[in-house]
Design a binder for this molecule. Sequence first.
Ligand code: PLP
Length: 222
Amino acid sequence: MEARIQRAVERSGRQRAGVTLVAVSKKFSAERVREAYQAGLREFGENYVQEFADKQPRLADLKDARFHLIGHLQSNKARQACELFQAIQTVDSVKLLERLDAAAESGVVPDILLEIKLSGEENKSGAAPEQLPRLLEAASKCSRIRISGLMTMPPWSEDAEQSRPYFRRLAELARKHSLKQLSMGMSNDFEVAIEEGATVIRVGTALFGSRPKPQTGAPQAS
Ligand SMILES: *Cc1c(COP(=O)(O)O)cnc(C)c1O
């Protein structure tokens, strides 16, 4: 993984320090997260507030680990998310911004990224790019939270080149609004994302292997 990141960084004339690897540990146990920490990883991505709330007590001693929420956040969980995560990458509405700002007043303020949906996929969360000025305007009125950048997730494709136009578009939007952080790129396309300026890549499968299947409790056909 590290060698692949390094090569992509060099190809694009960038610095390794300009790319943060977030290890996506959703569906993996607290023990797996601890092993990854012991192997040197410090930034972790989780998709579900409840799942991480269950793991967090077993990871509380990892003081310099940082946890990013990268899954959709419902505004009624804003307070809990502020307590659990050092970064929230999936803010996509004014309502959620305001809830987070109110929640942040009582504690440490997480880094906030706005999730932008650049595809027309209906089942995906994220704000439309046209909503970005409105979201930034609302954020400028927030007393605590600040927007540090943008996040996106292109339609999944085996071919990483399919992701490139989405990454390029996100980079353009960030530049236009002077936002520094660009969270883009997953196991299948992080190298292309680095070439297009990603400052944060979110990698799960390529680090941890395939995610365990959800346990439904239902008898499995064999
Ligand atoms: C699961 C997930 C990832 C990691 O995906 P992999 O393909 O396993 O690397 C990255 N970003 C988000 C938003 C995810 O939900």
